[in-house]
Write a protein that binds this ligand. Structure first.
Ligand code: FAD
Length: 387
């Protein structure tokens, strides 16, 4: 029997029964609920919000957080598999889950008070409260220490002025985790939709992540009570801690996008008859496909080992950087190569390759660009920061 193209090294056999069950459930959701609609959503520039209650019912929001907050209490490998299977559908849907789980629920859990956790986490796990995460500012996302958004104390409240750019879920969100400079250093705040002076504006003309909402956020003297400040977030390590969680999931997600592209290119090249034989019968097509399978296999093993380190409590941010860099690069290259194998048919969203390739332009950019992660590894190797 032939080895499955998307799992040449039987990585599945390294998963626990629970991890396999999670993967199967999310794979079914992607096949049945996402794939039939996602091409149209991308064309129309529409986030499929109607899927959020189902995503929540599957336990995919804040899946690694404890059950006492209404979450599934799954391990890190299961969270990775969730990201992989969702992104086999579309990077936009995976981005929605990453932001809700790693960038909004995680900081409330890790840096919030017990009241804040009880107030927001169960509602967020149920998908009734949607969150966004505002760190990036218009003048330069790679250098978050140069933060201009400012919060000043005013009696028992804080008053926030500034703006954020490229914020996933921004226009959808009921709450926003906003990072602001204060006289005491960087602090994190939970802003609520409807607070006077707080607004979101959708970013249009996107050619990437079209099935995801991306917005700019504006803060015009927004008055925020002290009860909405995350008490245990101090300095830049607050947002960076969230980014490590999200980047971990993003190390897995693109593996799913690459698998989707390889599956599609395999099917297409077996049926496409050129010069009297299937495209798949040519040496050059086979070398390309084999090379994709090789890179996917390596990425799968890298993601799984990263997950095992995370579950053991020993994962380091530098390891996350290496995995995010490698797996995004692997996936975007494969998506582009699959697009090429499909010829002219590859330029429409009737097929997934171009949608994945375009989406991966965002995935390789957000949560630290490829260059940023390369510089993290360079610093680790040399001991010299070249930022
Ligand atoms: C679709 C999408 C969704 C996003 N969602 C969110 C979100 O939810 N929340 C959020 O806070 N942010 C979000 N972002 C922002 C994202 O994290 C930033 O775009 C990213 O960090 C890069 O910042 P920038 O766009 O300002 O580019 P810049 O930082 O201006 O980078 C420009 C170029 O300079 C390169 N560069 C940077 N530093 C160096 C250096 N030292 N040496 C050499 N080259 C360098 C970069 O690699 C890049 O090629 C999102 C972005 C996109 C596209």
């Amino acid at each position: 029997m032939a080895l499955p193209a998307h799992d040449l090294f039987d990585v599945r056999s390294l998963l626990s029964e629970e991890e396999r069950a999670v993967q199967e459930a999310v794979a079914r959701f992607t096949d049945e609920r996402v794939l039939p609609i996602i091409g149209d959503c991308f064309d129309q520039g529409r986030f499929p919000a109607e899927l959020v209650p189902e995503i929540a019912a599957l336990g995919l929001l804040g899946s690694s957080l404890p059950e006492e907050y209404g979450c599934a209490g799954l391990n890190a490998v299961s969270y990775g598999l969730i990201c992989q299977e969702l992104e086999r559908g579309d990077s936009g849907l995976r981005s929605f889950v990453s932001v809700q789980s790693s960038l909004c629920m995680y900081p409330i859990f890790a840096y919030g008070s017990q009241e804040q956790r009880r107030r927001w986490l169960p509602e967020m796990a149920a998908g009734r409260v949607i969150g966004c995460f505002g760190l990036t500012e218009p003048h330069g996302g790679s250098d978050p220490a140069n933060m201009k958004t400012h919060a000043r104390r005013d009696g028992g409240d804080w008053v926030i002025d500034g703006s954020k750019m490229w914020i996933t879920n921004g226009g959808l969100a009921d709450i926003a985790i906003v990072w602001a400079q204060t006289d005491e250093g960087i602090r994190g705040f939970v802003l609520e939709k409807g607070m006077p002076g707080f607004s979101a504006q959708e970013i249009k003309h996107k050619m990437s992540l079209r099935a995801s909402v991306t917005s700019a956020l504006f803060f015009d003297s927004v008055r925020v009570p002290e009860a909405n400040r995350l008490p245990d977030a101090h300095g830049l390590k607050g947002p960076l801690g969230c980014l490590t969680q999200a980047r971990y999931g993003i190390s897995w997600g693109p593996v799913g996008a690459a698998i989707a592209c390889l599956d599609e290119a395999l099917g297409y090249s077996k049926e496409r008859i050129l010069f009297g034989r299937p495209l798949a019968a040519t040496q050059s097509a086979q070398i390309k496909l084999a090379d994709m399978a090789r890179r996917i296999t390596l990425a799968q093993l890298l993601a799984l080992q990263l997950g095992r380190l995370k579950d053991a409590g020993s994962m380091r941010p530098q390891q996350v950087s290496l995995a995010k860099w490698n797996n995004c690069r692997m996936a975007i290259d494969i998506a582009r190569e699959c697009r090429d194998l499909l010829g002219g048919a590859g330029i429409t969203t009737e097929h997934g390759a171009i949608r994945h390739a375009l989406n991966l332009e965002s995935v390789i950019t957000y949560e630290g660009t490829e260059t940023v992660h390369q510089l993290v590894i360079g610093r680790e190797l040399t001991g010299i920061s070249a930022f």
